[in-house]
Design a protein around this ligand. Structure first.
Ligand code: HEC
Ligand code: HEC
Length: 346
């Protein structure tokens, strides 16, 4: 009799945790699903996929207004947007360098060093939010960031920027041709963000593979992709960008910041935006597209090589020490994520 009661108690002891566990799994699954299905801002093209893979190819083409793209291109590369005409968007996001500047922390006006590493501007329109901490909802809203940051472009207000552009007869006529109301904050943001939307990089070998070309990847690259899935990298790096659709804690399994030391305000990540304790050290999972071109890695620019970044991820996000062999295979897979820009390999 006693034994029976004991058994029942034991069972009851397990039932509640099991139910809680199931509810958490269900919640997580449905949340994940919702986030993945959220369509990215600005892109109006609806992309439907039938593949069962957790990663989707980039669309081959996007239909964008050519005049706006070329005006945005000019603005993006012009230091006229900074208060002292020295720094353009491209200073920190060089298109011939994977859309980044290749240094741990970027340099803004008057040689000031920024607090975080520059992310790539390629494919960024597919991000569910912008910035490492997601504080801008879309590309349009993101632009106020660099324009006004004292250590980036240093402007005080939009009138100042519009004044400088108005002094250029070239910009006056280019804007008039594209927008009936000429040079305005809205139109600057519109053309810049449409240009940025044009910075997508389709036709990576991995995309060709996802579209059904089995030969687009070598055996080792396929093994790397299998490991990427089986180790669990794909739980965070997924969707069109292999990233860009959720926030996650950096150091979720093992405390990265304690091991690295010198914690700064920028390291608090999403916590700086929400003030929620659970967002401490949480960041937008970055895209892995064109990743071989965008070293150094992480918001703190601390990993010099992709090899190093993969091992750090395995250790702090998954709690495993990756063998060199598996690291190399995953690296080989990540190399297949480099796409084309304007018809040429990036
Ligand atoms: C001085 C260097 C610098 C300049 C100039 C600069 N950026 Fe950035 N950019 C950065 C850094 C650093 C970040 C990350 C900041 C953060 O997340 O807090 C960033 C983030 C971004 C992002 C978000 C990408 C993502 O994945 O979240 C976009 C888009 C972007 N910049 C576009 C621009 C545009 C457009 C301009 C010009 C108007 C510009 N940047 C000027 C350094 C710069
Ligand atoms: C629990 C979620 C999670 C898992 C699992 C995960 N990552 Fe990450 N990954 C992140 C986050 C968050 C960042 C951004 C960290 C930062 O810089 O603050 C990141 C950054 C990276 C970067 C650097 C990107 C850049 O532009 O700086 C690489 C490369 C990377 N991950 C690869 C991997 C690989 C390979 C695996 C599997 C071995 C993996 N990740 C597993 C969440 C995850």
């Amino acid at each position: 009799m006693n034994d029976l009661i004991f058994n029942l108690n034991l069972k009851r002891r397990y039932i509640i945790p099991i139910i809680i566990f199931l509810v958490v799994v269900l919640l997580f699954w449905s949340l994940n699903h919702l986030i993945t299905e959220e369509s990215p801002p600005i892109i109006k093209t609806q992309v439907k996929y039938t593949s069962t893979e957790p990663i989707n190819p980039l669309p081959k083409t996007l239909d964008l207004d050519e005049n706006k793209v070329s005006l945005g291109d000019k603005l993006f590369h012009d230091p006229i947007l900074s208060i002292n005409n020295t720094i353009s968007c491209a200073s920190c996001h060089a298109l011939n360098n994977g859309g980044t500047d290749g240094i741990p922390k970027s340099v803004g006006i008057n040689g000031q060093i920024l607090k975080v590493n520059s992310p790539t501007v390629f494919n960024t329109s597919f991000n569910f939010r912008q910035f490492w901490d997601g504080r801008a909802d879309n590309l349009r809203d993101q632009i106020d960031g660099p324009i006004f940051a004292g250590d980036e472009m240093g402007n005080n207000n939009w009138l100042e920027v519009i004044d400088r552009l108005n002094q250029s007869s070239e910009y006056s006529s280019l804007f008039q041709e594209t927008y009936p109301d000429g040079i305005t904050e809205d139109n600057i943001k519109d053309s810049l963000s449409i240009f940025e939307t044009s910075l997508y990089t389709p036709n990576a070998p991995f995309d060709l593979y996802l579209r059904g070309n089995e030969n687009a990847l070598s055996e080792e690259e396929k093994q790397g992709y299998s490991l990427f899935k089986s180790y669990g990298c794909v739980t965070c790096h997924q969707g069109i960008l292999l990233g860009g659709n959720m926030f996650q804690t950096f150091g979720i399994i093992k405390d990265y910041f304690q091991d690295r030391g010198n914690v700064t305000k920028a390291d608090l990540g999403r916590f700086n935006v929400t003030g929620n304790e659970r967002d401490r050290y949480s960041f937008k999972v970055p895209t892995l597209r064109n990743i071989i071109l965008t070293s150094p890695y992480f918001h703190d620019g601390s990993a010099k090589t992709l090899d190093e970044a993969i091992k750090i991820m395995a250790k702090y996000q998954l709690g495993i020490e990756l063998s060199q062999k598996d690291t190399d295979l995953i690296l080989k897979f990540l190399r297949t994520l480099t796409g084309d820009y304007q018809g040429e390999a990036l």
